[in-house]
Design a protein around this ligand. Sequence first.
Ligand SMILES: [Zn+2]
Length: 382
Amino acid sequence: MTQSIKGIHFKTQKPVSVSFEKNRILDISEKESNTDLFWIAPGLVDLQVNGFKGKDFNEEVLKVEDVKDITKDLWAIGVTTYFPTLITNSEEKIGLAIEKIIKACEDKSIDETIEGIHLEGPFLSMEEGPRGAHPIAYIKAPDWDLFCRWQSLAKGKIKMITLSPEWPESVFFIKKCVESRVKVAIGHTAASPSQISEAVNAGASLSTHLGNAAHAFLPRHANYLWEQLASDSLWTTMIADGFHLPKSILKVFLKVKSEKGILVSDATKFAGMKPGIYQSHIGGAVALDENGRLSMRDSPGFLAGSAKSLLDCIDHLTSNQILSHENAIEMASVKPMEAMEIRTDCGLKIGNRADLIVFGLEEGKISIKQTIKAGEVVCSNI
Ligand SMILES: [Zn+2]
């Protein structure tokens, strides 16, 4: 059965009718009237999601049902594709988390939404600052056999790994990943500029949340930030939640990486929760304030991860006139899929998969009215 939605095209700003059948966009035609209140854009894509609304992929208590609940809660805020992100842990614990995610993917709509798993660790820097909140006890040199054991449990669904190229084993490991179509991102790193460029030459193609998980002080010229920004082939993911990066740095990153910039939420389970004091599985007691800033309760100067969604990141950039809605949405939908090179049928075009959002703008902020995943309305507030 053919279905259709009407609204203003997020790019052309013209009223359109978008029809879709099964899971494909059948037609996009311009309409005469200009009375539409809502906008139509591609569904959002988040390459880094640790958890949402009280559930975290990295917690042992995670259940298969929780993976499904997170996915449904993300649909409600316009995310039609995401990568559950598993951080540094023991082989066994990462393996258990993988198994639960894969079990949840037996449900077709969950499987289609979880395009891949993002493994952030354990092959990261041990140095304070770059390591961030990753437990040092489990950080180690890149180990291809270990990765293959996880990939086997994941039935090939690990599509992205963040590592630090400061380890001598990195070049071999990156080449093996690239051969097996796993994207390698540089992150949580203390690597030298030459180690960064060797990683890029070996096939690393992204930077993970550039500007965060870094030393407080760096040499002014020879440092890993400049080297990654200067690399034309690296896509750059950034957390634009209003707390992780100051506006001036976001502006510079987005200018340098205007074609290869990607927004990620890096949301923890505290995203979507009410303000309060909570226990975090990695950092002890944390405080979530009225503005959505998540910090260590006993050291409020230190962030304890992100509690904002991808939608919040878009709103932060547009309300501060750093990006237009069109560009911010592209960086949180089409661009991440382009970087991952898994699918080529993404975006608001005829023939592409019908992953769409219908939204209103209320005081400049996006309010999701409908989310359509592979041609199926998975959330509706109309
Ligand atoms: Zn991180």
